[in-house]
Structure formats: structure tokens, C-alpha cells
Design a protein around this ligand. Structure first.
Ligand code: ADP
Ligand code: MG
Length: 331
């Protein structure tokens, strides 16, 4: 298995915190968890083995995961599904319905066609896009809770849970911490963050990435307690082809990377699965529809960052957010 093994998170974070954290390459990204004073080898072991277990069920890049088996049996037969994956599939279908398919867990064939984030990305032609789009439809994902199976109705269909599985995984980390009585931790699964509990009774301060800069530069700070913060944007994963940038969130309408004048959408929510699915959904929907979706839900806040450097926040997000970069403007 591809893994960087365990090493102190401080090596990666240019050490401003005590070195109790752990990081590992899992779920296709660097996952860092920092329990500060409460960290022990045993609890990190429990956390990271659960992450690897989730990867073995839900990854599309690893062979013989349950998701891989569902994909291989598309159009053939239903596949037995463990309870955790069933939960994620149910939630994915919920967000597909809420976003009218802008978020779609059956986006797999389109993701494979573009291959953004792989070594060989390419711009497909119009015919390929049309043909592939016809294989993307969440309504053809059939889950049977009683029989504990999942089935893709048509051959060639494929699940891709890249927009929701890390959120689920972060919630699983939070649950392990809760059961262990840990009061505070920062869970960072490749930018999918859960600011768990408090920082010794104080809010956590979480940097919001400047979507125009390389990873690590913040444009502002969010002060929150026990919230997940997840961003979807043009910078997370992209390919440069013939001098143009193509990012990795694809439109189920036209088959191209979505472009609505947004650089990123950050969602702040109690559950990381919700924040993860909604950040992708809102980014795919664009500002007006994305904001309407967020506002239709309880306890979900959002920060929208536009290509023209304007920022729009829902009211609670505005209270928690401090802008630090004068290139950007808040109303
Ligand atoms: P990240 O994975 O960088 O945290 P997201 O949560 O927004 O970002 O997920 C993007 C990933 O989700 C893509 O890499 C792809 O695997 C998948 N995806 C792309 N477009 C969509 C879409 N419209 N609906 C659901 N999943 C998508
Ligand atoms: Mg997401």
C-alpha cells in the first residue's frame, strides 16, 4: 500500500504546534490529525487504521474496494455493501436530489474521461463528453438497505465518492475522539477539516486558503468550536492543458469543469459529510442556487469567493470570519 507511514505532523506544518500530531498518505491525500497533549500512539493507531479501512471500502483508485466491485458489476448485479458505505451512498443520493444532480455520486465515467489529477489529463471531444454524460445519473444508483446491496443499473456507470468520502471519514475520526473523551483536536484530511471540540476551551482558528495562491497561503481566519470546514475550489486539483487550467469539479449539465465565476466555496457545518457534499454541490450549482441550497438547511454556513476577488458569507460565517488579505473584499 502506498503510504508515508507515521511521522510527526510538524514536519509538514512548519511547526507552530507541539509535535503530537500524526500524518499519513491515505484516501488519496495527506491526512493529518493533531490531538495535542492528548495524543498517544494507541489513539493515532486507532484513527489511522479506521481511515485505511474506509479507503479499502470507498476508494476508486485502489483495486478491489467495495466501490470498485459495484462499478465492475454495473449493469450486471447488485453488490453487498457494508453499513458505512450504505450510509455514505444514502447521503450522497440525498445531496444529489437536493442539488438536482449538480452533485452526483455516479460522476465516475466523466472523472475518468478527463483524468484530471492523473498523469494523463486530456480535453475530451464533444462526442466523448456527450456519450459519457449519458452514463452519469444518480437515479440509476439503486440501494437496497434491507438486502444491504448497491447496484448501478447500466453497464459503464461508475461511482466516485471523492466529493463526500473524506467528510464521512472526518466524522468517523470525530466519533473515535468522542468515545475516547478527547476534548479537542484538528482533523485535516487533505483540506477537509474538522475543528473538533475546543482548543483548551477557546475556539480554533482555522485558515481559509487563498484560492489563487499555492497551498498554504491564507486569505482569512475562521474562529469556530466543534465545526467542520470544507472547501471546494479551482485550486485543489487541476490540470494545465495547452496553457489553460481545468479543475476537477465537473458539470453534470455540460460535462466540463464548472465555471460560474467562483474560485471556491467553503462550507461550515456540524457534520463533515454535510460540509464535504455541500461544498462540491454549492460550487457546482454556482452562487445563487448554491446559496439558496445552503440557506434551506439548518446550521450550515458558507463563504463564497468569486473570481473578481469579492467574498460573500452567510450571516454566522461572517461573524466567525476575519479577512486578512486586502486583495479580497467583503461587502
Ligand atoms: P476535494 O476532493 O479536493 O476535497 P471535492 O470535495 O469538491 O474536492 O471533490 C471533488 C471530487 O469529487 C473530484 O475530484 C471528483 O472525484 C468528484 N466530483 C467531481 N465533480 C463532481 C460532481 N459534480 N458531483 C460529485 N462529485 C464530483
Ligand atoms: Mg466535497
Amino acid at each position: 500500500m502506498l503510504s508515508w507511514g507515521f511521522f510527526p505532523v510538524c514536519l509538514l506544518l512548519a511547526c507552530t504546534e507541539p509535535p503530537q500530531g500524526q500524518a499519513e498518505l491515505v484516501l488519496g491525500t495527506i491526512c493529518r490529525i493533531n490531538l495535542y497533549e492528548q495524543g498517544s500512539p494507541e489513539i493515532y493507531q486507532t484513527l489511522f487504521s479506521r481511515l485505511r479501512e474506509i479507503e479499502l471500502t470507498m476508494s476508486v483508485t485502489k483495486a478491489d474496494t467495495t466501490v470498485d466491485r459495484i462499478n465492475k458489476n454495473a449493469g450486471i448485479r447488485p453488490v453487498p455493501v457494508p453499513p458505512d458505505l450504505m450510509e455514505v451512498l444514502e447521503q450522497a443520493l440525498k445531496y444529489a436530489a437536493l442539488s438536482e444532480g449538480a452533485f452526483d455520486p455516479t460522476i465516475g465515467p466523466l472523472v475518468q474521461l478527463w483524468a484530471i489529477g492523473s498523469e494523463h489529463p486530456r480535453i475530451p471531444d464533444a462526442f466523448e463528453i456527450e456519450e459519457t454524460l449519458s452514463l452519469v445519473n444518480w437515479r440509476d444508483l439503486v440501494i437496497d438497505r434491507k438486502a444491504a446491496t448497491a447496484f448501478l443499473r447500466r453497464s459503464g456507470m461508475a461511482l466516485d465518492l471523492g466529493a463526500i468520502a473524506k467528510g464521512y471519514a472526518a466524522d468517523e475520526m470525530a466519533e473515535i475522539l468522542q468515545n475516547a473523551g478527547i476534548p479537542g483536536a484538528v482533523i485535516d484530511l487533505g483540506g477537509n477539516i474538522f475543528a473538533y471540540g475546543t482548543k483548551q476551551g477557546e475556539p480554533w482558528r482555522i485558515g481559509i486558503q487563498n484560492p489563487l495562491s499555492t497551498r498554504g497561503a491564507y486569505l482569512g481566519i475562521l474562529e469556530v468550536q466543534h465545526k467542520s470546514i470544507v472547501t471546494s475550489g479551482v485550486y485543489e486539483r487541476y490540470a494545465e492543458i495547452e496553457g489553460k487550467r481545468y479543475h476537477h469539479i465537473l458539470s453534470t449539465q455540460n460535462g466540463y469543469p464548472v465555471s460560474h465565476g467562483l474560485l471556491s466555496v467553503t462550507i461550515i457545518a456540524d457534520r463533515s459529510l454535510d460540509a464535504d457534499a455541500l461544498s462540491t454541490a454549492a460550487f457546482a450549482l454556482g452562487y445563487e442556487k448554491g446559496r439558496a441550497l445552503v440557506e434551506s438547511l439548518d446550521q450550515v454556513e458558507a463563504i463564497f469567493i468569486f473570481e473578481d476577488m469579492r467574498i460573500r458569507c452567510t450571516p454566522a460565517a461572517l461573524d466567525w470570519f476575519t479577512l486578512r488579505d486586502s486583495q479580497f473584499s467583503l461587502p
